[in-house]
Write a protein that binds this ligand. Sequence first.
Ligand code: SF4
Ligand code: SF4
Length: 56
Amino acid sequence: MAYKITDACISCGACEAECPVSAISEGDGKYEIDAATCIECGACAGVCPVGAPEAE
Ligand code: SF4
Ligand code: SF4
């Protein structure tokens, strides 16, 4: 299962630069993860200031 960004996201953009497979992009009101691309490395969760990325 891929990681998913919850509504806690404040759109800071920090996770986008950390993702090794460029699965993260800015969405409508929050950032989003392309589930088909995510390799579940957890880097986004590690850098997020509000804990928005969660493993499903
Ligand atoms: Fe990218 Fe890793 Fe986060 Fe998946 S878990 S979106 S591969 S940084
Ligand atoms: Fe949203 Fe966290 Fe990514 Fe910042 S690091 S854009 S708050 S998910």
